[in-house]
Design a protein around this ligand. Structure first.
Ligand code: ZN
Length: 149
């Protein structure tokens, strides 16, 4: 039997977060990011009623995985500008891998690097402001390709 390696819990960042229960080695696959495959526009329309949490994962083809619909605990991953995990896209599936060794009790983070379909409005900018306080913080969860617009 494999031990449960991660769990959702209260995060000092905001709401719920994802935490390591067991030591995780760098490069290890941690969890699949599950949810409904949909368009950015549909997911964004749903998001407006859930202020402060981002339950979408952008795929390279412009669609998103909406973790608020049929998702697993991967939706509790917070954004950080210097994350300890990364998302690897395989076809229409996304897997979260550790970037570095993670000790039990540490919170897991990925760089959302969100790309927005259409203009980046002030409303979006506000919704996706980053508060990770890392020295290299970009102050946004949006990817560089969405920084201008
Ligand atoms: Zn940041």
């Amino acid at each position: 039997m494999r031990l449960r390696r991660i769990t959702a819990g209260r995060s000092p960042v905001h709401g719920m977060g994802l935490f390591a229960l067991q030591p995780i080695a760098g490069g290890e696959r941690v969890i699949e990011y599950k949810g409904e495959l949909t368009s950015w526009r549909r997911a964004a329309a749903r998001q407006r009623s859930e202020v402060g949490h981002t339950f979408v994962f952008g795929l390279s083809d412009g669609r998103v995985i909406d973790g608020s619909r049929g998702g697993n605990s991967a939706r509790f991953l917070h954004h950080a500008c210097s994350p300890n995990c990364e998302a690897i896209e395989t076809g229409e599936r996304v897997f979260i891998h550790a970037l570095t060794a993670i000790a039990p009790g540490q919170e897991l983070f990925i760089d959302y690097g969100l790309s927005v379909d259409g203009a980046v409005t002030d409303e979006l900018r506000t919704q996706y402001t980053c508060h990770c306080r890392a020295s290299g913080c970009r102050r946004t969860m949006l990817g560089s390709n969405a920084a201008s617009g």
